[in-house]
Design a protein around this ligand. Structure first.
Ligand SMILES: NC(=O)c1cc2c(=O)c3cc(F)ccc3oc2nc1N
Length: 330
């Protein structure tokens, strides 16, 4: 990072904010970003570092001050009783260790973690009343989401009714399986339409459709990962919450495990990184959560992200994979 003064940093920060906001609008409004996630992440961290150095220069419209996505005004708005936050990121095992050490230092009991694949899709909330699906919504800006109820009713693995007449809300990831993505882009090319850049954008463009008949053809799928207000159902850990949702008929990811320490988390990351290409859906990292739900509540959230979970992001696939192979052969 070049050495800046407050004066010389101001225009640089302004330019970074403009560039990142343009990319955000592309990404969240028409689900077609012009840059790879890795370039967005790198530019975002550059802005974070400059804002940390010169807090007086933080602009109100800086993407570091916003939660979540840009809302499409064409959808009915849905207030989220419990905010749908995003997650903090780390990009190395060292950073993950630092996160876990900071967290453990504030807690008496030994922390156990629930470790999950980070499905590369978009967040989805499902609300049931007396066991019937009444609403589906996107994250939106975290407090206000977009009502996509007609669309979620067309997604095959979302139950319309539950085996018990429960009032509950669950949250998860809506994604497009790799095979469905390949089929969709072949059809796009055949129709002379623009292909989607990746399965995540295809899922977002398919879920955030004003015409549910289009969503119905897109073969979307879900993995649910959060039970809202778990204490109402006597659920006290994240791994129990996943089993509870699975028993109710929700699709939950089979690969999550409880880890007692960093070595077990590291082993999980190594295994899942090796198996990544064999998965029928895209993942872009691993999510490490405090397993105890009361401890999660005690740790709480910052304005943007929970303190009790972190996303370990895989390096960008192309270049990094080659570099890593070279590392291993030395
Ligand atoms: N992409 C994912 O596979 C995934 C994403 C999230 C979140 O975004 C997330 C956001 C919150 F505010 C709280 C818990 C979460 O848990 C999550 N767990 C996951 N497995």
């Amino acid at each position: 990072m070049a050495a800046y003064t407050q004066e010389s940093a101001a225009p640089v920060i302004a330019a970074l904010v403009t560039k990142l906001n343009t990319w955000r609008r592309e990404y969240y409004t028409n689900d077609a970003p012009s840059v790879e996630d890795s370039e967005y992440d790198a530019t975002y961290r550059q802005l974070q570092e400059l804002e940390a150095q010169f807090p007086a220069l933080i602009q109100p419209d800086s993407p570091t001050q916003a939660v979540g996505d840009v809302i499409n005004p064409a959808f009915t708005k849905v207030p989220h009783a419990v905010p749908m936050l995003s997650m903090g990121d780390v990009f190395s095992l060292g950073e993950l260790q630092d996160w876990a050490a900071r967290l453990q230092s504030g807690v008496d009991e030994a922390v156990a973690y629930n470790v999950e694949l980070k499905i590369d899709g978009l967040s989805l909330s499902l609300v049931y009343e007396q066991g019937r699906l009444v609403q589906g919504s996107t994250r939106g800006d975290g407090n206000i989401g977009e009502d996509v109820t007609p669309n979620v009713l067309t997604i095959a693995d979302i139950p319309h009714t539950l085996p018990e007449p429960l009032d509950l809300e669950v949250r998860g990831e809506c994604y497009m399986p790799k095979a469905a993505f390949a089929k969709l882009n072949a059809a796009q090319e055949a129709d002379g339409a623009k292909p989607f850049a990746n399965p995540r954008n295809a899922a977002a463009g398919s879920l955030r459709q004003l015409d549910a008949a289009v969503t119905a053809k897109r073969e979307l799928a879900t993995f649910m990962y959060t039970l809202v207000a778990p204490e109402q159902y006597g659920v006290t850990t994240q791994h129990e919450a996943i089993a509870f949702m699975r028993r109710l008929g929700f699709a939950t990811n089979p690969s999550s495990v409880v880890a007692q320490d960093l070595d077990q988390i590291d082993a999980y990351i190594t295994t899942q990184t090796a198996d990544r290409d064999a998965l029928s859906y895209g993942i872009d990292g691993i999510v490490v959560k405090v397993d105890s739900l009361p401890l999660q509540a005690q740790l709480g959230n910052t304005v943007k992200v929970p303190r009790w979970e972190i996303a370990y992001k895989f390096p960008p696939e192309e270049a990094e994979t080659v570099v890593r192979e070279i590392e291993w052969t030395i």
